[in-house]
Write a protein that binds this ligand. Sequence first.
Ligand code: HEM
Length: 193
Amino acid sequence: MAENASESGNILTSILSEIIESPLNIALVCLIAFLIYKIVKSRTHVPSASTPEPTLPKLKKRDFTVQELSKYDGTQEDGRVLIAVNGNVYDVTKGKRFYGPGGPYAAFGGKDASRGLATFSVSVKTEEYDDLSDLNSMEMESVREWEEQFKDKYELVGKLLRPGEEPTNYSDEEDESSAGTAASGAGDRPKED
Ligand code: HEM
């Protein structure tokens, strides 16, 4: 009996270690879980039982230092949640169930999530500006793919500022036609001299 239990425990451990060893396997597990979730969700016709996300006024376009960004982890009074990905800051308040306090990805709230997303980890510590320069090309590609998803789903607010970088003055860009031109990825950020 006990032998059986330890044998099945061993099998489980070896399957788990197989999965954890490769980022591709982790990504596939994530994808399968996501698809199962979507199927189950589409079959249950119960109207959303979860509390609706707060609808806050659109944030005025502005840039953030890492310290300024950290104030928007959803624990503050208005509950807004911002996340930086690839040098751009997104308002993810409508995804607060993911990134807000108690959410599975709460560690990304008010933070630059780029490194965590690239390495499939929610336990990356990003207290200071991270230039991501040590990420390999596959990881950087992953950061860009994640950013595309954020761009599609969430509102772009501005740029994440590197230390000493001056914020952009967006007051001239108030009209809608110029929206979205302010920040177009870390790759386009001007290099410091
Ligand atoms: C085996 C572990 C995991 C499972 C089962 C899982 C499951 C899911 C599911 C079901 C969704 C879609 C939710 C929805 O759209 O309603 C999702 C989205 C997401 N996952 Fe995971 N996940 C896992 C691991 C991770 C890891 C390690 C990361 C961190 C890099 C991550 C980052 C994300 C992000 C950023 C989203 C998008 C949320 C949004 O729409 O804003 N996941 N995950």
